[in-house]
Design a protein around this ligand. Structure first.
Ligand code: ANZ
Ligand code: ZN
Length: 822
């Protein structure tokens, strides 16, 4: 007998697909389907998470192809980033060499998985023919006033003398040398993503095919608050203090003001006063504390009086101005009116510093003795202590007071976003160089488009010290100013790698274009991505940045659609012993070992069968064994049937056994198709196929059964085809063994016959006192009365009911009749 040799078969078909360009795609007249898995960082090794991600994508790609779609299924490399630079510092390998070697290694590992990628479309973000276009896009953003430079604070390790990424700072200390990390002011590049905050928020409504949790995460990240900006005059100072509040209804309860210690007015307000030194010291201390720590509810509220006062524009009351840790400079206006009665943070602060607390809203059912002590009242209610607004509901007062403020010219309704502009500068080598120069005469000047790419130089030193290693390359640093031709200095920062990944899905549609970022027609044909698949860890930044890029590209006229990803599937993690598989926990299972032992088809089947794709998946050796046994069982079914001539067996009359099998085959096609079409329920699809395999075995082994060869063959072939997206190598081999010489990848997905799904007979059970006495076939449309009659007349039933009196008869339509006797 031909035995199942996974390795031999898998290599054979991988080679076949490659030689026959089985997965190479071009635009054609068919409906298109673009399936995309988030491209990996080339760390050098694939792990089970990759296997899961890519297996999900591959099943979808293969299924949609068989359903008649023109499928685009590309793969590439998110190839810039810090690890390559660390390797250069540690081992002296150039990042370029390190990265390219890793890409080759990972490609070799990926090829073992038999994934249906169009490798002709492979891209790596570190290749000049890719990052040239990343730079080109940066210039378009610059032209449209969507990039700007601003001073901001970076993490700086004084002992390594280098800028650190946030993830390199571990509890305030440098990951490399364990010294305390400082902040340093650097002038850096930003994308104006906040210009698109409203649009990014609004269009979440279009994302029907996204998980709700991801949409909520995006919404919260953008964080829109509706409220008002109100101007407070400052006593003895000519500028007004603008605050942002979400609660204009509480303005009568504003008893003090708070500025962020970094607020631009601070200097003018306190210079030369007795408050200067302490406030500056306070601001300095706060530099090292993250925004999250400063604003958390638990954080101790701390602040200082500035010696200054504001005038409340509604009450004309004079109230003190403080600085405090819990007000941030870059949210709203960096200043607040504090209403301790109705805001917990303000109340904590007021209680600590003995500031006045005036309640202006009371619960509907509270009486006049309503007081605030340690808990702020944050709900709506009835207005009190608010002059003409007393007695009004606070929700109503919100608009009325906002109107009054507007009439007085003291402010206006507005909204504020939590979303910040996107800091894209990185003081690193291994990234896309920012295509700008600094000229003493002309200032900041963009590189001319025709001079792109600005290539990464080779002659850099990786010392781990100083600013970007690009500053160590003489050849790179100095160039001619694009405007005046004089000597100018290049920008030495590179771009955040999220820039590279914000448009790669577009480049796949036209990866080799050397004239344009991508052909508009090609993008129009393939985009948007019909199904995007990746980890939920990218639910916020990568997806938001990609959406932002897409919206800008639409304005630039390069794309025609609002949203780049129509459907999103966020796959769960792969766990072992209840914890995420990871090197640090030492609980990993190597894909290569599993493939060596059982074959890729088993590995793929297991990761798809063990859990629905969005859920976490617990690794189980028995589960893998089980999938391996199932594959062998399918294998034997086909080989045995061929060897024993089952497919050519003739039968002249149809029996119940045949009818049941036919029903099972068609209903399995329907079930698997539905599972794949709607929710990608791979696990239930696979168990459906397993059931059909069981029934095929039962059918062929049934006593006294003559096999209906053509029906049986139809059943077995259906199994092979339905399994082909999951276990493609085995399916190809079996298909060939059955006698066909076309690749399964070119075949149509099996269709079911609606008529075969209608059962015209049902099996009904007859019970007496709950005990089964007989099973009979009845017409599907039988009435309850007729069922009763048949049961009462049935020979086996009569044997036990004779001479007894019938108490009652229970009928479950199409299933059972139970006769209760005494
Ligand atoms: C007065 C007030 C009364 C406030 C009240 C709240 C409750 P969200 O919803 O998060 O946008 N705020 C404004 N700017 C701030 C800053 N830079 N740092 C810290 N806090 C700031 O919250 C907006 C509210 O947070 C604003 O409304 C302001 O306090 C505070 F009963 O103003 B509120
Ligand atoms: Zn110049």
């Amino acid at each position: 007998d031909k035995v199942y040799e996974s390795k031999k078969i898998e290599l054979k078909w991988q080679d076949y697909w490659k030689k026959n360009n089985s997965f190479v795609t071009t635009e054609d007249h068919k409906p298109k389907y673009y399936v995309l898995e988030m491209f990996p960082y080339p760390s050098g090794k694939i792990h089970m998470g990759h296997v899961r991600n890519y297996s999900i994508g591959d099943v979808i790609a293969r299924y949609k192809t068989m359903k008649g779609f023109n499928v685009l299924h590309p793969m590439g490399w998110d190839a810039f980033g810090l690890p390559a630079e660390n390797a250069a510092i540690k081992h002296g390998i150039h990042p370029d060499i390190w990265t390219k070697q890793n890409i080759q290694d990972m490609k070799d590992q990926l090829s073992l998985l038999g994934l249906s990628y169009d490798w002709n479309r492979e891209i790596a973000t570190c290749n000049t023919d890719y990052y040239k276009w990343t730079q080109w896009l940066f210039l378009q953003f610059y032209k449209h006033d969507l990039v700007y430079k601003k001073e901001s604070r970076v993490n700086w390790c004084p002992s390594c003398e280098t800028v650190l990424a946030n993830e390199q700072v571990v509890s305030g200390k440098c990951e490399r040398c364990d010294n305390v990390v400082n902040k340093k002011l650097l002038s850096q590049w930003y994308f104006k993503i906040t210009d698109y905050a409203d649009k990014l928020l609004e269009d979440i409504d279009q994302l029907d095919g996204w998980p709700d949790k991801v949409k909520i995460m995006q919404e919260n990240w953008i964080g829109k608050s509706e409220g008002a900006e109100i101007d407070f005059a400052i006593d003895g100072f000519d500028k007004k203090l603008k605050v942002f509040t979400t609660r204009p209804d509480t303005i009568y309860g504003a008893t003090y003001m708070v500025l962020a210690p970094e607020h631009p007015y601070i200097d003018e307000l306190i210079n030369g006063t007795e408050y200067e030194t302490s406030i500056k010291g306070f601001a300095h201390k706060l530099q090292h504390i993250s925004d999250i720590d400063r604003t958390s509810a638990e954080a101790e509220k701390e602040g200082l009086f500035t010696g200054r006062y504001c005038i409340n524009p509604i009450t004309n009351k004079r109230i003190p101005i403080y600085v405090a840790n819990y007000v941030l400079v870059d949210y709203g206006t960096g200043a607040i009116m504090a209403v301790p009665a109705h805001d917990q943070r303000d109340l904590d602060f007021a209680n600590k510093y003995n500031l006045e607390v005036i309640p202006v809203i009371k619960p509907e059912d509270a009486d006049d003795s309503f007081k605030i002590t340690n808990e702020a009242y944050t709900n709506s209610g009835i207005m009190i202590n608010s002059e003409e607004f007393n007695g009004v509901n606070s929700d109503e007062a919100f608009s009325k007071i906002a109107e009054k403020i507007e009439k007085l010219g003291a402010g206006k309704r507005t909204s504020s976003f939590r979303l910040r502009d996107w800091l894209l500068s990185r003081q690193r080598y291994w990234g896309t160089p920012i295509p700008m120069v600094y000229c003493e005469k002309c200032g900041t000047v963009p590189i001319k488009e025709e001079d792109l790419p600005v290539e990464l130089p080779i002659d850099v030193k990786f010392t781990g010290k100083g600013l970007s290693p690009l500053t160590t390359s003489e050849t790179f640093m100095y160039t001619a100013c694009p405007k005046c031709g004089e000597k100018a200095k290049r920008e030495t920062d590179t771009m955040d790698t999220f820039v590279d990944s914000s448009w790669y899905f577009l480049r796949y549609t036209d990866p080799k274009n050397s004239e344009e970022v991508f052909g508009k027609d090609k993008a129009k044909y393939w985009m948007p991505v019909d199904q995007y698949i990746g980890g939920v860890e990218h639910a916020i930044l990568h997806l938001l940045y990609s959406r932002f890029f897409n919206k800008v590209l639409k304005v630039l006229g390069l794309v025609t659609f609002d949203e780049p990803f129509k459907n999103l599937l966020t796959q769960g993690m792969v766990l072992k012993d209840g914890a995420k598989m990871s090197k640090s926990k030492g609980n990993t299972v190597s894909p290569e070992e599993i493939i060596e032992k059982y074959g890729t088809d088993t590995a793929r089947l297991f990761v798809l069968f063990a859990a629905p794709p969005e859920r976490d998946l617990e690794w189980s050796d028995q589960g893998v064994e089980g999938c391996y046994r199932f594959i062998n069982r399918v294998w034997r079914l086909v080989i045995e049937s061929i060897n024993n001539g089952y497919f050519s067996s003739a039968k002249d009359s149809e029996q119940k056994l045949d009818k049941d099998l036919k029903f099972k085959i068609h209903s399995t096609i329907k079930r698997v198709t539905d599972d794949l079409d709607t929710r990608f329920n791979f696990n239930t699809a696979i168990s459906g196929i397993m059931e059909l395999v069981n029934d095929l075995y039962k059918y062929k082994d049934a006593d006294n059964n003559i096999i209906d060869g053509s029906l049986f063959k139809f059943g077995v072939e259906t199994v092979v085809l339905l399994l082909s997206p999951f276990a493609p190598h085995m399916a190809e081999e079996l298909w060939e063994t059955i006698g066909y010489n076309v690749s399964v990848t070119t075949l149509d997905w099996p269709k079911y016959d609606e008529k075969a799904l209608v059962k015209d007979e049902e099996e009904v059970i007859f019970q007496v006192n709950g005990k089964m006495r007989n099973k009979v076939l009845v017409p599907s449309d039988i009435s309850e009365e007729d069922m009763k009659k048949l049961a009462l007349e049935n020979e086996k039933v009569v044997q036990v009911t004779e001479g007894k009196s019938i108490v009652k008869i229970i009928v479950v339509p199409k299933k059972l009749v139970n006769i209760v006797v005494k």
